[in-house]
Structures are given as structure tokens and as C-alpha cells.
Design a protein around this ligand. Structure first.
Ligand code: TYM
Length: 344
């Protein structure tokens, strides 16, 4: 008898993603993730949450956490997510994430987690001092995705390894519990420029919330003056822009600014170079600053307007959580049966 390939997942497509409420959102979060959420909601049922359970894997001030969650929710709304179309909620309001994560903690192998580069980067040399939660962080992420049987996950490049782990967990669960095709093997959506936005001060480092230099990033809440100043101060080199992307090899900062321009303008990098080849940064930066202000400027204002009415944000999050639970609860009930829990 020949081995038959296991049955593939045959359920509907769903989009899921989330952002941690751990600091100001920046251009990297916007181009790598948020901008895609707003686009996808009109194509596939979309679930977007605020990852407050992930946030506490490192210390968060309890008195501030709820407000940080509202700020991310405001950013979702200000960048075009429509709560009537997409399901928007806080992770901690759907306890099924934690219930499924426990089962997945028993499916995932230590060796898989030992390979996670984000943990290594965050923990540095003193991993024994980090929380156990930080180590099992990607297992909770797998539960976030699979509790909705999501098939597409719009994220930046830095999340690809966590998505590979999610697929490994899904596949092992399906095998171990003789449930072929039960969980889908979700795909990261990282296409297009903007999947890896680099620091404005160092083209070899990722733009990040935790970079001590505020000039390294454009925050979603920056006003027009701050945005233009940061673009003007961005590190570059004295050479003119080349005709092709190959000509930007070894010029990390220059390449990053071209990529940012392309992502903000909805163009390819080749189109940007076709327009600006031969020009220096003295000419390119003001154009980039104008573009960044026109796209990013209104977002900060809209966030401030939304945050003036926290009760409305809370209402949207509560409504989203109850819709999310309608989908998550049956998954956890089925998983309990498959695992053989007494309380199944
Ligand atoms: P977080 O909060 O670190 O980042 C949110 C999103 O922004 C993307 N991103 C970037 N994209 C391009 N360039 C950059 N410089 C840049 N920096 C950040 C991230 O890739 C991410 O998409 N683990 C996730 C949160 C999470 C999640 C999930 C995501 C928890 N559960 C389930 C998807 C599905 C994170 O740390 O995001």
C-alpha cells in the first residue's frame, strides 16, 4: 500500500493578525502590517486583535496596559479597519487563546522553541532571567492563529519564523490526534516593499519600538513637522540614486528610503528609481517627506480624535470579542474532545 498524503485543510480562508500594545506604533508596523489589514478586510473575513497577553511577557505597568490596548485599537481604526467589516478585539478578552496555547505547549518541542531567533534577540545573554512566557511566546501566537483556523497572516518579515512554527504545531497536532486537515497550515503574507522597514539612523537595523533613538523611526502619532524633520535627518550617502535596485547594493540607508517611498506610494522600487535615478538625496528627501506627511499625518490626528472617546473604543472591542468567541469556542471544544480531556 502506498502512503497517502494527509487530507489538506478544506475550510474557509480567514485572515488573522495582531500587534503588541508595547509602545508607539511606527512606520514599520504600518507598512509591514496595518496597511495590509485594511486592504484584506474587504477580501477575506478578517480578525485583528491587540496582543495584550503577549505584551506581559515583558514587564508592563498594570495601570497603563488598558490604555495601551486602546491606542492600538485606535491605530487600527485610524488606518482604515472598519469594525463592521473586520472583527477587532483584545486577546485577553478571548480566553480560548490561552486554553489552546496550553495544549500547544504540549505539542511543540523544546528544540523547536530553542531555534526561535526573536527570543534569542530579546533575551540576549541572560535568558535565565527572562519570563517563561517570553520563551513560549510563539506557542501562544500559534494558538492566536489556529483558534480561528486562520489561513493567511499579514505580518512583517520578522514574524516568518513564528509562522513556520505555527505550521509545525498544526501539522503535529493533526498527526498526533489523528485529525488530518483539522488545523490549516497558515501562510504569512509578507509580499511587497515594506515587509522589513529599517531604522532611519542605521540601515542594517530594523525600525523598532525599542530603539532608544526616536529619530530612528516615524511614529504613527508624529505630526507633520516631526515627520519631515526625521526624514531630513535620516542617514544617507552623497551618491545619486542609481537606475536599478542592484545599484543600491551596499547602500543600506539609501535602499531603505527608496523602499519606504515605494511602499508609501504603492509603487515598486523599480518605478521609484525610474523617476528619481540620477538625483541626490537633497532632491529625494523633500519628496519623501511630503509623501510621508500626506500618508502618515492624518493617521495621528484621527487616532487622537478616537482616543478622546475611550468608551466607544471599548464598545468596539467588546463587540469584537463576543464575535471572536463565537468562532474560537467551538475550536476549543473540539480540541478538548480530540485530546481526551475529562472536561471535553
Ligand atoms: P509586533 O507588535 O512586534 O509588530 C506588529 C507587526 O509589525 C511588523 N513589524 C514590521 N514590519 C516591517 N518593518 C519593521 N521594521 C517592522 N517592525 C514590526 C511585525 O512583523 C508585525 O506584523 N508577534 C507579533 C504579534 C502577534 C501576532 C500574533 C501576529 C501575536 N500573535 C498572531 C500575527 C498573528 C509581534 O510581535 O508584533
Amino acid at each position: 500500500m502506498t502512503d497517502q498524503a494527509p487530507a489538506p485543510y478544506a475550510g474557509p480562508e480567514r485572515v488573522l493578525s495582531g500587534v503588541q500594545p508595547t509602545g508607539d506604533l511606527h512606520l514599520g508596523n504600518y507598512l509591514g502590517a496595518l496597511v495590509k489589514f485594511a486592504r484584506l478586510q474587504h477580501e477575506i473575513p478578517t480578525f485583528i486583535f491587540v496582543a495584550d497577553m503577549h505584551a506581559i511577557t515583558v514587564w508592563q505597568e498594570p495601570a497603563k496596559l488598558k490604555q495601551q490596548v486602546r491606542e492600538i485599537a485606535a491605530a487600527y481604526l485610524a488606518t482604515g479597519l472598519d469594525p463592521k467589516v473586520a472583527t477587532i478585539f483584545a486577546q485577553s478578552a478571548v480566553p480560548e487563546h490561552a486554553e489552546l496555547a496550553w495544549v500547544f505547549n504540549c505539542v511543540a518541542r523544546l528544540g523547536w522553541l530553542d531555534r526561535m531567533t526573536q527570543f534569542k534577540d530579546k533575551a540576549g545573554k541572560h535568558k535565565e532571567r527572562e519570563s517563561v512566557g517570553l520563551y513560549t511566546y510563539p506557542v501562544l501566537q500559534a494558538a492566536d492563529i489556529l483558534v480561528y483556523k486562520a489561513t493567511k497572516v499579514p505580518v512583517g518579515d520578522d514574524q516568518k519564523q513564528h509562522l513556520e512554527l505555527t505550521r509545525d504545531i498544526a501539522q503535529k497536532f493533526n498527526n498526533d490526534f489523528s485529525a488530518p486537515g483539522y488545523f490549516p497550515l497558515p501562510e504569512p503574507l509578507t509580499q511587497g516593499p515594506g515587509a522589513r522597514v529599517m531604522s532611519l539612523r542605521d540601515g542594517t537595523a530594523k525600525m523598532s519600538k525599542s530603539d532608544p533613538s526616536d529619530n530612528s523611526r516615524i511614529n504613527l502619532t508624529d505630526d507633520a513637522d516631526a515627520i519631515s524633520q526625521k526624514v531630513r535627518k535620516a542617514r544617507t550617502d552623497p551618491d545619486p540614486l542609481p537606475e536599478t535596485m542592484e545599484g543600491l547594493e551596499g547602500r543600506a540607508e539609501a535602499k531603505n528610503l527608496v523602499t519606504i517611498y515605494a511602499a508609501l506610494a504603492g509603487q515598486s522600487e523599480a518605478q521609484v528609481l525610474a523617476e528619481f535615478a540620477g538625483q541626490g538625496f537633497g532632491a529625494f528627501k523633500p519628496k519623501l517627506a511630503d509623501l510621508a506627511v500626506s500618508v502618515m499625518g492624518p493617521i495621528g490626528g484621527e487616532m487622537r480624535r478616537l482616543l478622546a472617546d475611550p468608551a466607544e473604543i471599548d464598545r468596539i472591542l467588546a463587540d469584537g470579542a463576543s464575535r471572536a468567541r463565537e468562532l474560537a469556542a467551538p475550536t476549543v471544544a473540539e480540541v478538548k474532545k480530540l485530546v481526551g480531556y475529562w472536561a471535553g
